[in-house]
Design a protein around this ligand. Sequence first.
Ligand code: NAD
Length: 503
Amino acid sequence: MTSTQSTASTVSFWINGEHAPAAGSRHGTVTNPATGAVIRTVPFADDTDVDAAVESARAAFPAWRATTPLRRARILMRFRDLLERRTDDVAAAITEEHGKTLPDATGSVQRGLEVVEFATGIPHLLKGEHAEDVGTAIDSHTLRQPLGVCAGITPFNFPIMCPMWMIPVALACGNTFVLKPSEKDPSASMLAARLLSEAGLPDGVLNVVHGDKQAVDALLRHPDIAAVSFVGSTPVARHIYETASANGKRVQALGGAKNHAVVLPDADLDAAADALIGAAFGSAGERCMAISAVVAVGSAGDAIVSRLRERATALRVGPGDRDGVEMGPLITQAHLERVRGYVDAGEREGADLVVDGRGLTVAGCETGHFLGPTLFDRVTRDMSIYRDEIFGPVLVVVRAESDGEAIEIVNQNPYGNGTAVFTESGASARRFTNEIQVGMVGVNVPIPVPMAFFSFGGWKSSLFGDLHVHGPDGVRFYTRTKVVTTRWPRQRDAVSLNMPTMT
Ligand code: NAD
């Protein structure tokens, strides 16, 4: 048992530097997806709980804002070390509640750590601009100042990485924070809150509440919340963006995806197939950057489908903590049924079902939420398996005649999170990266998740708002700029009511 598993069967809130119970009795359950067993209960916050968390963050803000960026960074440095030392515990909590394999969960902790590392550079990142003599003996400089209390609402599929996209940058910039992680796998963020406290974060600077729409809507309406960062599905992202904006808040709301990989005939097809299998079926397809559609151009079609079939049927599926397992279960029974429903629909709608994951049973885990890797060929754009984000281990192949048609297919799709092109041609890759209307693009890289010192975000229905998360956009999102114009006059000017001009 890990320390996270042994803490309690009921998850608590984290308010003002300590565990806090819920005011009401509404709650949900956390399930181990590999067995289907309920392992924890999680309280659902109501308005009173949200008020308490926001009040704690509001009260902590003045002192935290006044703490120098260097001191804030040093707390994050200590947190970074603690998180690294506790990586196995965090990964175990993720595997237990989410289902992904331990190595995959460990990789997601690493990607979160990298954002903490980025945020430790905050004294440099907050530096402004300065211009001397914007007028005679007049200088101007800019300041980047924190916003106040920021809220983060995160999805189930990256229980530590998505909170880490937000919290280190927001705190480093001098904000205080209220996190509402996914109610399906809340333990990793509770562990992070405790580690931040252990690292020296003052009480109230980070608070965690759990819950559903009621808790989220209370945050969106709360007058003391200055900004909201959201990661989740597109319909909820749209709701968050519209509601929080209407309540006067700064918002970034990252939504769902249908990520296409275009395979050109000149690609190294074995390397492309290896990459696509990992990108489609890693984390059982429950990644916002999963490749869920392949656009195979010309003669690449049959060649890539036969390679994908061979590799997909060889994948080892099972509980995420079992050695050698490459793909784990889906998050809930309801989600498993939803994804199976899409496989049924694809068959009905006339796509070629090349690999069917529906018959899979995992010995010893008969009540787990497992679906085997599933591959459809000759999918058309009117089919629901192409149109919708399935968020499961289902890969669809669409055929195209030319590079141009492939680009047009990707650009017509309403989502624009990530995409990739597989080719040996620099000219084809350049055309693709130039013309494609997607926020994150890979060239022979299937999941082009930007490193922490770049920013992460999609286009179109994959992002509502203007700024991406972490990297330079993260610093812009969590600060507002002020321009200061200064003069130290040696003699008094005559009174003038004219528009001042800097001469
Ligand atoms: P979700 O939208 O159901 O939930 C996300 C968060 O919103 C959770 O904290 C949840 O409690 C809350 N929520 C759910 N319904 C709500 C409602 N009606 N009103 C207010 N809040 C609500 O998403 P999920 O199922 O947890 O995660 C999977 C989705 O997240 C997929 O669509 C995936 O593509 C997306 N995702 C996107 C990114 C990205 O970077 N663009 C990253 C990870 C996941």
